[in-house]
Write a protein that binds this ligand. Structure first.
Ligand code: FES
Length: 116
């Protein structure tokens, strides 16, 4: 089982292949946002990688990051936690002014991933 560390929180073991956004929320217990429900539309699930950044990316992630001019961040809804990762949660419910983090993402990557 891979170890997920969210900076400032206790490391946790995650079922291999779990969607990262869900692992952050459900396993690490960090209030990451996912305003679009994990569909690569909102970018509120973005994290900064400290270690273990995946080399592959979905076409949907690349498209929305480019469209919003974002760099140095990755979308946690567009990847699986299948190896040890250390991330910084930079987009959290706390302090966001939002009423909730957004609809719970599906357990699989949506839209169906096209890997680059
Ligand atoms: S882009 Fe909206 S939850 Fe990931």
């Amino acid at each position: 089982m891979p170890t997920l560390t969210v900076e400032g929180f206790a490391p946790v073991e995650v079922p291999s292949g779990k969607r990262l956004v869900l692992a952050i929320e459900q396993d690490a217990k960090v209030d990451v946002l996912h305003a679009c429900g994990g569909n690569a539309r909102c970018t509120t699930c973005r994290v900064e990688f400290i270690e273990g950044e995946p080399s592959r990316m979905t076409a949907a992630e690349q498209q929305v990051l480019t469209a919003k001019g974002l760099s140095g961040v990755r979308l946690s809804c567009q990847m699986l936690c299948d190896h040890d990762m250390t991330v910084r949660a930079i987009s959290r419910l706390e302090g966001s002014g939002r009423p909730d983090p957004g609809r719970t993402p599906e357990p699989f990557i949506t839209p169906p991933p096209v890997w680059l």
